[in-house]
Design a protein around this ligand. Structure first.
Ligand SMILES: CC(C)(COP(=O)(O)OP(=O)(O)OC[C@H]1O[C@@H](n2cnc3c(N)ncnc32)[C@H](O)[C@@H]1OP(=O)(O)O)[C@@H](O)C(=O)NCCC(=O)NCCS
Length: 167
């Protein structure tokens, strides 16, 4: 039986984490598109925030945020992945909550995500809040989470970082 491995630590990525991040996304998604996306965002200087969850020295979770061109200081959350063997233990939630906290502290006003509303609603993301924004990913899976007390516009155009055009 595998012994328990303790609590994961969440922190911004270091250079040493990059191979583990790549391996994680390749395993978590059907193609290597998300792994390539993260590499391209990093190479383009568009990885505004990149957090890893580590258990001992293994990268078992990763979340990325990149700037959007928008009428508000907005980030896009993508991608998010957790190693299959440690899913369902709250690591995804820890990455999202820590990411939103870092983003708020850095002065970002809101975060958009494309995902399953059933998963993201509990973190403050709302389909309704994103519904009037125009972007290539507009639809029933686009959500927005406001981060502070400042009013956030309810519509406008969102342009994702160039790395997303390859998806
Ligand atoms: C989505 C993901 C990051 C969640 O990681 P995690 O560490 O298991 O997340 P948590 O432990 O915080 O939450 C798990 C809960 O979310 C639920 N959940 C996970 N993915 C979900 C989804 N797509 N839609 C709805 N619920 C989902 C699980 O059923 C579980 O519910 P439970 O606690 O009631 O059993 C992980 O499943 C993953 O890497 N999936 C593959 C990559 C992916 O789809 N990424 C998201 C792209 S938007």
């Amino acid at each position: 039986m595998t012994p328990p491995r303790g609590e994961p630590s969440i922190r911004p990525e270091f250079e040493e984490d990059i191979p583990g991040i790549r391996t994680l996304h390749r395993a978590a998604f059907p193609t290597d598109a998300e792994a390539v996306l993260v590499d391209r965002l990093r190479a383009d200087g568009d990885l505004a925030l990149s957090l890893v969850a580590r258990l001992e020295s293994d990268v078992v979770g990763h979340i990325a945020f990149s700037p959007l061109k928008a009428p508000v200081r907005a980030l896009a959350l993508a991608p998010l992945a957790v190693t299959e063997s440690v899913r369902g233990q709250g690591i995804g939630a820890m990455l999202i909550r820590t990411g939103l906290q870092y983003a708020a502290e850095a002065g970002w006003q809101c975060v958009f995500v494309l995902g399953n509303p059933a998963y993201y609603a509990s973190f403050g993301f709302s389909v309704e809040a994103a519904a009037s924004f125009d972007c290539v990913f507009a639809g029933p899976h686009l959500m927005m989470c406001a981060l502070g007390q400042d009013p956030v516009p309810s519509d406008g155009t969102l342009t994702y970082a160039p790395a997303f055009s390859a998806l």
